[in-house]
Design a binder for this molecule. Structure first.
Ligand code: GLN
Length: 307
């Protein structure tokens, strides 16, 4: 597939809409990011990189970290993950509290904030028992992305920590139902640190190629998940990865994807490649506006889709 030509064409076509939407401002540090930026990258299973725009510019991965957190928890704990978090689209905003009350502290899915807090709790318990809970997720992502200098932005982590009132409320609420084992403060701190991980489009496209390759990291041959588990993560990305817009996203793009309020969206074409697009201005569900349009163009022009 001539991906370079396609990416160049997409980059030119989206230029007039870059900046449409709103940069996330409820995390003060993210409000400082300029909306006029756009990057896109594809990494195929042979490791070949195609890119356009600011694909090498690092940004805050935010909820894309939920994809890596779930993968690590699934890798470590297997199906017991599902006793504490569901697998249904939420149909609500990613930080909704009300659904948690109806469902007695068991979050709908691992990609909304409440679900990711439970997954963070699982990872903390697992790594605390073995030492080195700090940065466990970063070490895992470095392995997936084949890059040693991936880290997190302290200013973003602190900024979210200082304003994490709603996530803290959710964590306390789940704790009251016995669905958090660690201290709320520790879970929130680890969660904010993970959301503040910084990567660029090329790193992220590379880091998700294992999901396009039946759970095996293409360049190292390491099996992260068995084929069935990789398929399930992809199914969750399709149904829950872009929150309340997941139905529309499946309709328009037709690929498993996971977004973050930093404006990044990762996606993948099974058997072919990992993809990442970034543009910080968001639509109302919290997904990159120009990024979603770029992905829609990618599948329309290339004729690729999982359907
Ligand atoms: N850190 C953000 C939060 O907890 C992540 C949300 C997102 O990217 N959708 O609100």
């Amino acid at each position: 597939m001539e991906y370079q030509t396609i990416l160049d064409r997409i980059h030119a076509a989206v230029k007039p809409i870059i900046g449409t939407g709103k940069v996330a401002s409820y995390i003060p540090e993210l409000a400082k990011v300029s909306p006029d930026q756009f990057g896109i990258a594809i990494v195929d299973l042979e490791g070949k990189v195609y890119q356009a725009g600011a694909a090498d510019t690092p940004f805050s991965i935010q909820s894309i970290s939920k994809l890596f957190g779930l993968t690590l928890a699934f890798h470590l704990e297997g199906d017991s993950v599902w006793s504490r978090v569901g697998r249904e689209p939420s149909g609500s905003p990613f930080n909704s509290l009300v659904q948690l009350e109806y469902e007695r502290g068991k979050p709908r899915n691992p990609f909304i904030n409440a679900g990711a807090l439970v997954v963070t709790d699982m990872l903390l318990t697992h790594h605390a028992a073995r030492g080195g809970a700090e940065n466990a997720l970063i070490r895992f992502i470095r392995k997936l992305g084949n890059k040693d200098d991936i880290g997190f932005d302290r200013a973003v982590a602190q900024s979210e920590l200082r304003t994490a009132h709603r996530n803290t409320a959710m964590a306390n609420f789940m704790k009251s139902f016995g669905n958090l084992n660690n201290d709320v403060e520790d879970v929130i701190e680890a969660y904010c640190r993970n959301c503040a991980i910084e990567m660029n489009c090329v790193d992220l496209a590379r880091a998700v190629t294992f999901l396009a390759n039946r759970g095996v990291v293409p360049w190292s041959g390491e099996k992260i998940l068995d084929e069935g588990a990789a398929k399930r993560i992809n199914a969750l990305m399709l149904t829950c990865g872009t929150y309340d817009a997941a139905g529309d996203f499946a309709f328009r793009v037709g690929l498993p994807a996971k977004s973050g309020v930093g404006g990044g969206i990762v996606a993948l074409i099974p058997g072919e490649c990992g993809i990442c697009v970034w543009s910080p201005a968001l639509e109302t569900s919290g997904n990159s506006y120009a990024g979603s349009i770029a992905l829609e163009m990618l599948t329309s022009i290339s004729g690729r889709s999982i359907f």
